[in-house]
Design a protein around this ligand. Structure first.
Ligand code: GUN
Length: 296
């Protein structure tokens, strides 16, 4: 079994980005600037956005964190988005999801300038992704592709089973694994809450990507020998032995599944750190594409 070490690979990617930023600085170019909007004070979202901002500093990007109260109206949030769309100093920005229920998430995503949509959530960018056009690939799927690529995991002709059809992970992942090229050229099955006999499907899988948010869902009996297992789950489970009072648990019964798998991602230290690295990568791409546009 080979561990797909997202922590290590994400560090390499951050080093590469730092190097590019240093070259930008040497040429007196403006460095990439990422903004993040966080509405409310959900503990997990605070942690994720905090890590995103910290990682910006680490690679030499500028970052702006905009914290809005949980009572923020949709109109107020849309106004903030418009400000960021117009602000030439901001290369890319994200609105951390989930949003409070008084706010229509789709309306918010549609309001983001597609050229600054470094999450790749805008329908224009999502459509471009499905059509193999240059765009921003959502950070978590992008991170999974990068892990498969850097570990040279064969995907061509393989049966990839994706568990979960979220707009952020499962749906885009199912499209990306079936695209032409590497990683891709897989035969993809997208499973979800209405799928019958899921174990019958997962035991046929060469590659399983699980993005469900149900701790220890994927058991060893559901996995065939030598399968590649990618665990996107990051659920907080109460743990009084941990100083934080919780620990992060994936969708995969790692202890038993890892004995059968050829490659597997750990949780934590697998897909999670890759997501942040690829958000930085998308922000760098946003900056570079803006420069190209100005030169034309
Ligand atoms: N919530 C969970 N994952 C993500 C992500 O990748 N981007 C945003 N904006 N919100 C999220």
């Amino acid at each position: 079994m080979i561990l797909l070490d997202g922590k290590k690979i994400s560090e390499q990617i951050k080093e590469e980005i730092t190097e590019t930023v240093n070259q930008m600085k040497a040429k007196s170019e403006k460095v990439p600037h990422l903004a993040a909007i966080l509405v409310g004070n959900d503990g997990a979202s605070l942690t994720y956005v905090g890590s995103k901002v910290k990682s910006c500093e680490r690679v030499g990007f500028l970052s702006t964190l905009i914290k809005l109260p949980s009572t923020t109206s949709e109109t107020e949030l849309l106004k903030k988005i418009d400000e960021l769309n117009q602000d030439d100093n901001i290369d890319g920005f994200i609105v951390q999801l989930p949003l409070p229920e008084q706010i229509d998430t789709q309306k918010v995503i549609m309001a983001i300038d597609p050229d600054k949509d470094v999450d790749g959530f805008h329908p224009m960018n999502f459509g471009k992704m499905a059509l193999d056009m240059t765009t921003f690939i959502p950070a978590t799927p992008f991170g999974i592709l990068e892990l498969l690529e850097r570990y040279n995991v064969e995907t061509k002709g393989k049966h990839t089973v994706v568990i979960g059809r979220s707009h952020i992970v499962g749906r885009p992942m199912s499209i990306l694994m079936g695209r032409k090229g590497f990683p891709g050229n897989s035969t993809v099955t997208l499973t979800h809450s209405h799928t019958k006999n899921i174990a019958q499907i997962t035991t046929q899988a060469d590659i399983i990507i699980t993005a469900l948010g149900v701790p220890n869902y994927l058991k060893a009996e559901m996995v065939k020998d030598d399968a590649v297992v990618i665990d996107v789950g990051i659920t907080r489970v109460a743990d009084e032995n941990s100083p934080k009072g919780y620990r992060i648990t994936g969708d995969v019964d790692f202890e038993n599944v890892s004995k059968k798998a050829s490659y597997i991602t750990p949780v934590p230290g697998g897909v999670g750190p890759m997501t942040i690295a690829m958000l930085l990568k998308n922000t760098l791409l946003a900056r570079e594409r803006k420069l190209l546009k100005h030169k034309m």
